[in-house]
Ligand binder design. Sequence first.
Ligand code: NCD
Ligand code: ZN
Length: 349
Amino acid sequence: MPAEEGKRITIRKPDDLHLHVRSGEIMRLVVPHTARQFARAVIMPNLVPPVRTLDEAVSYRKEILQCLDSSENFTPLMTLYLTGETKAEDIKHAKESGAVLGIKLYPSGATTNSQFGVSSIKDMKEVFAAMEKYEMPLMVHGEVVDPDVDVFDREKVFIERYFKWIVQSFPGLRVVLEHVTSEEGVSFVKSSSSNVAASITPHHMILTRNDLFSGGIRPHHYCLPVVKTEKDRKAIINAALSGDSHFFSGTDSAPHPASHKENSCGKAGIYTAWHALPLYAEVFDSGDSLENLEKFTSINGARFYRLPLNEGTITIEKSRQTVPAYFSYAEDKIIPLRAGGEISWQVSE
Ligand code: NCD
Ligand code: ZN
């Protein structure tokens, strides 16, 4: 039975293990949204130009922290963008610095700002071996870019062609299938060792491909990997709600200016940073699994990345709120998921 109106639950402060905050004005708007709910977030490096070096990660981290009051307790966990130029030595350096949590692999052409990414994954063997040796996790955008592959099959084909190869060739490497979207992805990760994990977004637990076309084309439901079928959505929900330690929260909140989404060639990315924890709670509540929410948001990810569990707690309440229609910043606005609609949970102040 779903919880009653007014029900409150208190969980250990959560982590967002996959987040885009961009830079400049838009960053000043979005960072506080995340910091209100999450103690830490894994910051994706796909800026233009990307965050490729240790120095770039350190200065980006500083910029992120400048978006917050000193009273706000929030830790950005930094990643580096893997390119064809990355060397084994860079991995050693990054590890020794203690300033980098992991390395993000974007197949070149797979998603927003992935043009600097890797075009020949199997040529990265030495870098993957160094990551295995120095215990540096690899975060993977798991989609092939082959134009002959159907857009809804890109994750499944990536797993067959590359993800299995990475997992089998480097058994000591910790690998994350970021934002898993398919039944095949869920089942591969579930049956793998504890070195393999997947992050799960709120939107892939809520939307299917029908929502891309309900009553017209819906640019604010478009992200990559694209949302899939009801069967895939159910597999993702079951994985998250089961509390299985292979799966954890990663919102993939990816803000774009509204004018770049509502466009004849609209950008991929869904904005959920403002209401991510309530969205997750809503899904766990509908599936009668609130008792596993904390594992998913606050324990599984930290254990996988070998981070201490967060100290504080957060209380959320089953109480309806309206999602703002948009968030304005200097140049434009951001339209969040379910803009103007209702959500059944909220963070208690
Ligand atoms: C992300 C972005 O906009 O940076 N977009 C998205 O649709 N998820 C990139 C990514 O994570 O693929
Ligand atoms: Zn992302």
